[in-house]
Design a protein around this ligand. Structure first.
Ligand SMILES: Nc1ncnc2c1ncn2[C@@H]1O[C@H](COP(=O)(O)OP(=O)(O)OP(=O)(O)O)[C@@H](O)[C@H]1O
Ligand SMILES: [Mg+2]
Length: 350
């Protein structure tokens, strides 16, 4: 899945179903610093899940975002997620070179809901254990057809995708670069997007598993829009807390909570699946990111329903930036939204 390119700064372009986010990070000796940042909201139905419904609108918005932030940008790191992509972790006998690839291909065939000839594969060896002659492999498989359509779209914006990553890895990268990973605690990184919520687990200080829950903030967005009879623009403002007292706050809270039910059950289900698969009893804490982390009342409500300590992620914790770059928003207020693009921008261009 890796393509070519080079450079000392990297642009992460996160094409979400609600908004497009761009972060450019300079990779210096002393760490990372932000040199460009931009967010642009998409019309509500331009992308639904991993399906691009309005290609022109998406291209227009990507190009506008580039023009606004840094028109010289060409190379970008992008990510894929959703139904056309699977990630999995498994243990196989210790092998190297073509033999390892054969074994990984075989395992993929057993797992992928599609023909392996139709997928692009990428894998990482997480750890090897010489004593028992085994290795843990992390696999990402993306449908070629989907990947091609996606890459063509980015090229049609006049850009060059240098690396294709996966949302879960970007989230993991952003987390590891900003926090000390505590090997004694099981962490669930929960990224609530518009259509997809990605849950990635860390145990014993290492990646353990990842799952996509097919629910996100869209339900909440739609419920608020309907309840208060707003257009999409005003709904988005309401969710950002910019409507103040012009909407009834008790009603607003009640609407968000009842619309969050499906999302919260989805996350609970993912957690119990993880517990049963790994025999790990306790998830010690949740680190919450994505636009969903910024929705009023949602983090507290999630924490009280699931009953696990929760913290908001700050992917800029160890990153230098000039607050002026963020224009009208306070960086620390929107930081959780930038988990994926920051993680992408931490990749080295290949
Ligand atoms: N500043 C903010 N304050 C409150 N809510 C916000 C803010 N920014 C975004 N949101 C809400 O978060 C939701 C989507 O977040 P996000 O941008 O993470 O989704 P996405 O990446 O576009 O979607 P996906 O990852 O599912 O494709 C939207 O419903 C939006 O209303
Ligand atoms: Mg997203």
């Amino acid at each position: 899945m890796f393509l070519s390119g080079k450079g000392k700064s990297t642009v992460g372009l996160d094409i979400g179903s609600s908004s497009i986010k761009l972060v450019k990070l300079d990779h210096g000796k002393d760490g990372y610093s932000v040199s460009a940042i931009g967010i642009r909201e998409l019309p509500p139905d331009a992308i639904i899940g991993d399906e691009i419904r309005d290609r022109e609108a998406v291209i227009f918005n990507i190009q506008s975002l580039i023009d606004q932030t840094d028109p010289k940008i060409k190379d970008v790191v992008v990510s894929v997620s959703g139904h056309s992509v699977i990630t999995d972790r498994f243990t196989i006998d210790l092998k190297t070179g073509p033999e390892a690839e054969q074994a990984i291909l075989f395992e993929t065939e057993q797992r992928a809901p599609f023909d392996v000839d139709d997928v692009s594969l990428d894998y990482h060896i997480i750890k090897t254990d010489e004593d028992i002659n085994k290795m843990d492999v992390l696999l990402v498989a993306a449908r070629k057809e989907y990947l091609r359509t996606y890459l063509e779209l980015i090229e049609d914006c006049g850009l060059k995708p240098t690396v294709v990553d996966d949302d879960a890895f970007a989230i993991l990268n952003a987390y590891e670069a900003n926090y000390e990973v505590d090997p004694t605690r099981v962490t669930a990184l929960v990224n609530i997007g518009y259509d997809v919520t990605n849950v990635t687990y860390l145990a014993e200080g290492l990646f353990s598993a990842t799952r996509d829950v097919s629910a996100g903030a869209r339900e909440i967005f739609d419920a608020v829009q309907k309840e208060f009879r707003l257009n999409p623009e005003l709904t988005s403002k309401a969710l950002k807390g910019e409507m103040g007292d012009s909407i009834d706050q008790d009603m607003f809270k009640a609407t968000i909570m009842s619309a969050a039910d499906e999302l919260i059950s989805g996350i609970e289900l993912a957690f119990s699946y993880f517990r049963s698969q790994t025999k790990i009893e306790n998830i010690d804490w949740i680190v919450l990111s994505g636009g969903g982390a910024l929705i009023p009342f949602l983090p507290e409500f999630l924490q009280s329903k699931i009953n696990i300590p929760l913290e908001l992620a700050n992917p800029l914790r160890n990153v230098d930036y000039d607050p002026e770059l963020f224009q009208f928003v306070q960086p620390e207020k929107i930081a959780p939204l930038l988990m994926v693009p920051v993680g992408l921008a931490m990749r080295k261009n290949k």
